[in-house]
Write a protein that binds this ligand. Structure first.
Ligand SMILES: [Fe+2]
Ligand SMILES: [Fe+2]
Length: 212
């Protein structure tokens, strides 16, 4: 598990944050602002930081919106990319995975909302401030592990995972790829809906994010 603090945001807090960060201009700041960052005063930077803190309350909503949009993404598979990640997360949860790994399972392909290219790294860096090192690492390298199941058929090395042998999260990455991710294309699997995972998504993305 993670040592990141768990907090929660109420619906009222989220609504207030949404209204606040959407305000145009700089309501409430009456000092000189300046036209470049180099000219911003420390008072103005403090004021901006306060807005960015409010903005963080909206991250869970953005994640849920991105996941919903994956319902339109089929890419030739029998299930949509939303169904695929829901099925991956459902399998993880039923297998007793940690909260971080369940959220990682739900979000591991969220980079595909931009493009399939580099999608593991895109997803991993999006998640990194809010999840354990293990969840981050598994998402970042999941394709290297997934390759065992199909890379041979597209002329790539199916054992690309070997480059990670000995890594502390290697076994979890194998479990993720072999038991949850690569099996999650079954249209007949009894998969939980997004609403089932929403409270956990809100809990994890309400944590105080870490930098770096
Ligand atoms: Fe993937
Ligand atoms: Fe996947």
């Amino acid at each position: 598990m993670t040592d990141i603090d768990d907090t929660t945001h109420s619906a009222t807090e989220i609504a207030a944050a949404r209204e606040r960060v959407a305000q145009p201009g700089s309501p409430g700041f009456d000092g000189v602002i300046g036209g470049s960052m180099a000219e911003f005063s420390s008072e103005y930077m403090t004021y901006i930081e306060d807005y960015l803190d409010a903005d963080l309350k909206l991250v869970a909503d953005r994640v849920l919106d991105m996941l919903r949009s994956m319902g339109e993404l089929h890419q030739g598979f029998a299930v949509s990319q939303l169904d695929h990640v829901l099925q991956t997360a459902t399998r993880a949860e039923r297998d007793g995975a940690s909260e971080d790994m369940i959220v990682a399972s739900l979000c591991h392909d969220i980079g595909k909302t931009f493009s399939n290219m580099n999608h593991p790294a895109i997803a991993a860096e999006m998640l990194r401030p809010w999840v354990s090192d293990e969840a981050y690492w598994v998402v970042k390298y999941h394709q290297d592990f997934q390759g065992r199941h199909y890379y041979a058929r597209i002329g790539m090395d199916p054992e690309m995972r070997r480059r990670h042998l000995g890594h502390e999260h290697y076994e979890m990455a194998e479990r993720f790829a072999d038991d949850w991710d690569q099996t999650a294309f079954d249209p007949n699997y009894p998969t939980e809906p997004l609403e089932h995972f929403e409270p956990l998504v809100r809990k994890v993305f309400a944590r105080t994010p870490r930098r770096g």
